[in-house]
Design a protein around this ligand. Structure first.
Ligand SMILES: [Zn+2]
Length: 139
């Protein structure tokens, strides 16, 4: 199995409530099986990535972004796509490009980690259901 296939392997997660096991896409760049929703906290836009348990509907928040990290994420995705395409064609990736990608990805991971710390436990208002919930991450 090639490395790229491994990276796209679905991830098995367990629901925190009913313990039902189910698959989500584990592709770190795309998060194709998860949803992203915008919330407003004290005038600041944040974007929460989550998936719902198919059995009981329990929502699991797994990632937080703001506008800056979304832009960074787009940049990292573009670099990832470029490097993957080059790899598939059997081209050698220049060291400089590879280091640049890893740095950008690490920066993004650190930035999101800080956002998580900043917003975990905060009361978030959901406009859709017009209710408040305490933000907790399932990671
Ligand atoms: Zn469940």
């Amino acid at each position: 199995m090639s490395k790229i296939n491994q990276e796209r392997k679905p991830l098995i997660v367990e629901c925190e409530d009913c313990k039902q096991e189910f698959e989500i896409a584990s592709d770190e760049v795309m998060h194709s099986a998860t949803c992203k929703k915008e919330f407003n906290v004290n005038g600041q836009s944040i974007f929460l990535t989550y998936y719902d348990c198919p059995s009981c509907g329990r929502r699991h928040y797994v990632q937080i972004d703001d506008k800056a990290s979304l832009n960074k994420s787009k940049e990292v995705s573009r670099q990832f796509a470029k490097l993957s395409a080059a790899k598939r064609k059997g081209k050698e990736i220049p060291q400089k490009q590879s280091v640049k990608f890893k740095k950008a990805r690490q920066y993004l991971a650190d930035y999101r980690m800080n956002l998580m710390k900043q917003y975990a436990g905060r009361l978030i208002h959901d406009n859709e259901t017009n209710s408040d919930f305490v933000l907790r991450f399932s990671v």
